[in-house]
Structure formats: structure tokens, C-alpha cells
Design a protein around this ligand. Structure first.
Ligand code: AMP
Length: 283
């Protein structure tokens, strides 16, 4: 596996591959790899001739009070794991190369970014769309793979690609979970043993919601209320949002149908955790 640090060297490598008529799949990440990231890499390998994984803890998507400073980093471990998945290039630029002095441009997707996670994290999605736009221009991929774990991010990226006429296919991978149902996340490492137990309320909420939808024709507002009650029954959990939305528009679902996704965000201690899932599957 090749390690590339400079954006110019990355673009030169990609140009060579593209001129040879071969395709590149990009997997954008912030490192601290777990099985979720590795699954995205393996999916990417089935979609193109070469896989590039970017590893960049993007400073502009973190708010001033957020965890940029303590975000887990272990380059050697990540490089070894990516190498074992058959990744061709690990692209790990420095922040100063991505945002050199004088950098002034922001890529902003309207509407979809001011709701849900955008409420508690103002500016977060501008950071994401700006860095993804830059990564697309540096890596020049045929396709890119994102995880459904960050469901709103996936919807925003699809909008971005369509709106800017990028000829880049976006693939998504389902959420990869621990054996007990907790969605894998680099931020799970912040949880104490007791907080880790409390974090199971997220998966518990999905199971509860799926069961309730099977039991009766429960109204969306009622279901949201029941999930809130379930979450807050654990005093360690504070709810940021519970929403039932359409999977494409992110607009509230009045009635639960096969396009409805439950989106959850909670805080447990100082750690913010998100999860989501469809309530009616395979329809
Ligand atoms: P991150 O490094 O957290 O920015 O995540 C990089 C990519 O991996 C994003 O597209 C995430 O949605 C995806 N990802 C993170 N955790 C999971 C997971 N548990 N299952 C599936 N995809 C994930």
C-alpha cells in the first residue's frame, strides 16, 4: 500500500490511473479504524480497480467546543489495517496542505444541513462538504463509499454531487454494529464502562420502534414520544433529537412507511452518539 501525504502527489497518481482507463474508489475517513471503516474499504474494492482511503481529521468540521484535540489518532495501526484490506493508497495529508494560508472557500448545501445534527453542530456540514469537495478534486474518483451510520451526511453528499454535476457514483454501506447492537464509532472509545452500557439505548430504541410498528398502526408523533421516554428512562442519557424522516428528503414522516428512517442523537456524559435505521425493512 502506498502512503501519499501531499495533495499534488495524490492528484498526479490519480491522473496516471485515470489516463490508463482504470477507475478509483474513494473512502473518506478520519481514521481510528474499526470494522465499519474496513467494511467500506472492502465494498470499495468491488466497485473500482483501485481503492484510495483518505485519512484526515478535518478541523473545519469540528465546532470550537468539540473533540478535535482528543479525537483518537493512531496512524501506524490504521495503515496496517488498511493495508490488510487491499487498499492501494492511504492518502493522509496535513491540515496545512489541505487548508493553506489564505484559504477562503466554503461549500454549502442549503436546507438539509440546518436540521437534525446541523442544529447542535452549526457549521459541521459545511466543513464536511468543503473537505469532500476538495477530496473529490484531489483524488478524482469514479465512485466514493460512505457509511449509513452518518445518515444525514450521506443525504447531504448525494445532494452535493447531484447539484455540482459531479460524475461520481455514491455507494453506501449499512451500519456495522458490535455484537450487542451498538453502532461502531471511533467515539465509542470515550465511553466509560457504565456509559457503554447506557449507549445500548440507541439500538434498544430501534428495536422498540420496529416492534411498535409491527404491533399497531402507531402515529409518528406518538412513536417519537415513546422513544423519548425510553431513552430518558436512563438518567445518563440526554436526548438531542429523535426524528422520523423520509430517507431522501429528511422531511418529517407523517406516517411510518418503508421510506421512513428513525434518526437518533443523544449525549451520554460528554460523548455525542448517533444511530439510525429503517423501521419497515425489505418492502
Ligand atoms: P469517520 O471516520 O467516522 O468520519 O467515518 C468514515 C466513514 O465511515 C463515514 O462514511 C462513516 O459513515 C463510516 N462509518 C463510521 N462508522 C460506521 C459504522 N459503524 N458502520 C458503517 N459505516 C461507518
Amino acid at each position: 500500500m502506498k502512503i501519499i501525504n501531499s495533495p499534488a502527489a495524490m492528484a498526479a497518481w490519480s491522473d496516471k490511473i485515470n489516463r490508463a482507463g482504470k477507475t478509483i474508489a474513494l473512502v473518506p475517513t478520519m481514521g481510528s479504524f474499526h470494522e465499519g471503516h474496513l467494511s467500506l474499504m472492502r465494498l470499495a474494492a468491488t466497485k473500482a480497480d483501485y481503492v484510495v482511503v483518505s485519512l484526515f481529521v478535518n478541523p473545519i468540521q469540528f465546532g470550537p467546543q468539540e473533540d478535535l484535540g482528543r479525537y483518537p489518532r493512531d496512524f501506524e495501526r490504521d495503515a496496517s489495517l488498511a493495508g490488510k484490506q487491499g487498499v492501494d493508497v492511504l492518502f493522509a495529508p496535513d491540515a496545512s496542505a489541505v487548508y493553506p494560508e489564505g484559504f477562503r472557500t466554503v461549500v454549502h448545501v442549503e436546507g438539509l444541513t440546518g436540521i437534525l445534527c446541523g442544529v447542535g453542530r452549526p457549521g459541521h456540514f459545511d466543513g464536511v462538504t468543503t473537505v469532500v469537495a476538495k477530496l473529490f478534486n484531489m483524488v478524482r474518483p469514479f465512485c466514493a463509499v460512505f457509511g449509513e451510520k452518518d445518515f444525514q451526511q450521506l443525504v447531504v453528499i448525494r445532494r452535493l454531487v447531484a447539484d455540482l454535476n459531479w460524475d461520481i457514483r455514491i455507494y453506501s454501506h449499512p451500519i456495522v454494529r458490535e455484537g450487542d447492537g451498538l453502532a461502531m464509532s471511533s467515539r465509542n472509545s470515550y465511553l466509560s464502562a457504565s456509559e457503554r452500557k447506557s449507549a445500548l439505548v440507541l439500538y434498544g430504541s430501534l428495536k422498540l420502534a420496529r416492534r411498535r410498528v409491527l404491533e399497531e398502526d402507531v402515529a409518528s408523533a406518538r412513536l417519537v414520544e415513546e422513544i423519548r421516554e425510553f431513552l430518558t428512562a436512563d438518567s445518563r442519557v440526554s436526548v438531542e433529537y429523535v426524528n422520523l424522516v423520509n430517507k431522501d428528503s429528511l422531511l418529517p414522516s407523517r406516517a411510518v412507511d418503508s421510506d421512513t428512517v428513525l434518526l437518533l442523537s443523544v449525549r451520554i456524559g460528554s460523548t455525542r452518539l448517533i444511530d439510525n435505521g429503517k423501521l419497515i425493512q425489505g418492502v
